[in-house]
Ligand binder design. Structure first.
Ligand code: KG4
Ligand code: ZN
Length: 337
């Protein structure tokens, strides 16, 4: 089963060809990061316009690099939610046209389900049930993955997503956009115990996250240093911040594993590229004897191969869309339309 997959939910235009949900034949990505960097964040209108300019060429290139013919494609999978509406619609319309032209099924894929599926591409032995952690620019989620297309959210953020927080903190530290990777690199030379920062808890919901207090604490630290004329140790603040995010994430995932009895944890999303989070998760899972699956760095961020992988399982479950398929800015991973 060969799937052509399309992902345009944010600022990456991506088209891939995958086989049987587990094998990547090609994975093309055009990142718009440079176009948005001067604005300090993604500009939706620019994102949509850029997607429409490059998507056809990217698809041709994905098909050529996979060494297949268009007639070999069995289905077209596409991200239809959640994301920027204008951006999603570009990929969705392209996928609809492709499915129609090739006379193959159109498979709708939820973006977060795609992030989880990045692990199926990297770890052939990984099969549900397991616990998933997805941490990205817009989401911080702990999910009980009961089957490939059946899941239940156990914990989510009450305010900012962890990635948003990384981007905001990077901005006040003058590190540019997107800020996760620069903070990660700067943290390497810092002392993570230098600045005391909060690890917020949500009353009565021990698996939910809250990062707004942490973000404010970092901003206050920066402003206080400015007012007092003190020199800020940026590397140590970046390291202290990363440690606080990591502690919040790791403690909740391990608690979720205890509560559910899962012995496998699969992690994905842009923020899972963070070295502190990766090493803390590794240490915690080793201690508890839990099998940890960390999406490889090239599959942590947005890509279309992960959509092709999940698309395979959605198709097997009979999830096929009509030509009236619409895009949605928000949609829960465990309650899809
Ligand atoms: O999953 P993703 O590529 O896009 C969304 O679906 O949101 O995640 C992007 C987020 C950005 O906030 C970026 O700053 C963050 O992932 N990120 C990182 C790292 N690399 C990317 N955050 C922390 N450490 C990193 N190494
Ligand atoms: Zn994403």
């Amino acid at each position: 089963m060969i799937i052509l997959s399309v992902e345009t939910s944010c600022d990456e235009t991506a088209v891939a060809v995958t086989r049987n949900g587990r094998e990547v034949l090609s994975d093309e990505i055009f990142s718009q990061v440079d176009m948005h960097a001067i604005y300090g964040g993604v500009v939706p209108e620019i994102a949509s316009r850029s997607h429409i300019e490059v998507i056809s060429r990217l698809a041709d290139s994905a098909i050529a690099k996979a060494h297949i013919k268009k007639g070999d494609i069995d289905a077209v999978a596409v991200t239809y939610a959640p994301g920027l509406i204008g951006a999603l619609l570009v990929g969705l319309n392209f996928a609809k046209s492709a499915a129609l032209a090739l006379s193959v099924p159109l498979v709708p894929v939820h973006h977060i389900r795609g992030h989880i599926a990045a692990n199926y591409l990297a770890y052939p032995e990984l099969k549900p049930p397991f616990l998933a952690l997805v941490v990205s620019g817009g989401h911080t989620l702990i999910i009980d993955v009961r089957d490939y297309t059946q899941m239940k959210i156990l914990g989510s953020t009450r305010d900012d997503a962890a990635g948003e927080c990384f981007d905001k903190v990077a901005r006040v530290l003058g590190l540019g956009y997107p800020g996760g990777r620069p903070i990660d690199l700067l943290s390497q030379s810092g002392d993570s115990s230098k600045y005391p920062l909060p690890r917020a808890k949500v009353d009565d919901c021990p698996l939910d996250f809250s990062f707004s207090g942490l973000k404010t604490a970092v901003l206050n630290t920066v402003n206080n240093a400015k007012q007092k004329g003190e020199e800020l140790d940026k590397a140590s603040l970046a390291a202290s911040f990363s440690a606080a995010v990591s502690d919040s994430i790791v403690s909740r995932v391990m608690e979720a594993a205890r509560q559910t009895g899962h012995r496998k944890i699969a992690c994905a999303g842009g923020v899972v590229a963070n070295s502190r989070i990766r090493s803390d998760l590794t240490a915690a899972c080793e201690k508890e004897g839990i099998a940890l699956y960390l999406a490889p760095l090239n599959l942590c961020g947005d890509n279309a191969a992960m959509i092709g992988s999940q698309g395979y399982y959605e198709l097997k479950a009979g999830n096929i869309a009509g030509t009236d398929l619409n895009a949605w800015a928000t949609m829960d991973v465990d309650n899809i339309l």
